[in-house]
Ligand binder design. Structure first.
Ligand code: HEM
Ligand code: MG
Length: 329
């Protein structure tokens, strides 16, 4: 078997994470960063390998240690991403674009394209990254960040908070509906889009002063520069997407997509939503993963089953029934 992920943190208190052992360093030639400011920051401080190629166990350790992400959230996100974007045989994932460093590719239609791969995990209407349709779904986009700043000034008195998150989430969705003919807002993106708007509040605020108000220079440091502020303490307790319900309730929307052009958002009742959480798991496994690996054999099949078993652990407590796509022919 590849490797067993590390368990929950033992000491979950706030502490200095921008410490002497984890200095920020600029990118060297070939270092990879991607659409996730959390993982980018962990790589630029050496909590993850600085080249941006990591194992799921390294990610589990880094997100817990460096940001106090709770074990269950970390497990779900890490293994979901690894199964669709990583190389399960070599056990390596690129946190950005496709890289030869993840080793020999399994046969197509598998992609192993890293976190930048559009639609299997990364998706539209991101906060500070553009839609894939416009050509770059992973780089910091200063126009979008300025929109986040404007929204924070308008709704948050100059800070990014839950009120701003709800309004900006809505705004980004409306912008994609109006401008992106390929806009897709079905599961899993439906879930991650709401989750990721809570992350700046839950993870980017210093653990000694958790007032729910994220300073915009601090936000820029993470989003743009992959850098902890000087002296930054991680949050004071493990957490995930707390606040998601508030953000969703402010502007509810059904999963769906633009059909035949812009301004034609059509709900998709086959997509999972917040009322059908286990369908997120079932569709992800039976459609997304099975679509990439229709008929795996040998070590590839073994590695997929290993990772699928770990992914299921994050849905087990919700009462979801385990799927075994790779045992069928
Ligand atoms: C976005 C992966 C942990 C903060 C994303 C995206 C991916 C990703 C693929 C792009 C989604 C999109 O916007 O299209 C992961 C994985 C993690 C992880 C595999 C492993 C546990 C974290 C952590 C944080 C974080 C610990 C915060 C400390 C964010 C934020 C965004 C994001 C704020 C939205 C970026 C934006 O839209 O501008 N993540 N992430 N993530 N992630 Fe992570
Ligand atoms: Mg995106």
């Amino acid at each position: 078997p590849p490797e067993t992920p590390p368990g929950p943190l033992k000491d979950t208190r706030a502490k200095l994470v921008n410490d002497k052992k984890h200095p920020w360093k600029p990118l060297r030639r070939g270092d990879i960063r991607g659409p996730c400011p959390g993982l980018n920051t962990l790589a630029s401080h050496g909590y993850l390998p600085r080249d941006g190629i990591a194992t799921p166990a390294q990610i589990m350790l880094a997100v817990q240690e460096g940001f106090n992400m709770d074990f269950g959230t970390a497990l779900l996100v890490t293994y979901a991403a690894h199964l669709v974007d990583g190389n399960v045989v070599t056990n390596l994932l690129s946190i950005g674009g496709k890289s030869p460093k993840t080793g020999p590719d399994p046969p197509p239609p598998a992609i192993v394209g890293g976190l930048n791969t559009h639609s299997v995990f990364e998706g539209d209407a991101s906060l500070t990254r553009g839609d894939d349709f416009f050509g770059d779904n992973h780089s910091f986009n200063k126009t979008l960040f300025q929109q986040l700043v404007d929204a924070s000034n308008k709704y948050g008195g100059g800070k990014y908070n839950l009120t701003v998150a709800a309004e900006f989430r809505h705004q980004r969705i409306q912008e994609s509906i109006a401008t992106n003919p390929k806009f897709d807002f079905t599961s899993p993106r439906f879930f991650t889009a709401f989750a990721e708007t809570t992350f700046p509040i839950n993870f980017f605020i210093d653990g000694r002063n958790e007032n729910g108000q994220l300073d915009l220079d601090v936000a820029r440091s993470f989003f743009q520069h992959s850098r902890y502020p000087d002296g930054f303490f991680r949050p004071s307790s493990p957490r995930g997407a707390q606040g998601l319900d508030v953000i969703f309730a402010a502007h509810p929307i059904q999963p769906g997509r633009n059909v035949d052009g812009v301004n034609n958002y059509v709900p998709d009742p086959t997509s999972a939503d917040f009322d059908t959480f286990c369908l997120l798991y079932t569709n992800f496994v039976n459609k997304t993963i099975k679509g990439l690996y229709p008929n795996p054999t040998g070590v590839l099949r073994k590695a997929l089953n290993w990772n699928l078993n770990i992914l299921y652990l994050s849905f087990k407590d919700s009462g979801c029934i385990q799927e075994f796509p790779m045992f069928r022919s």
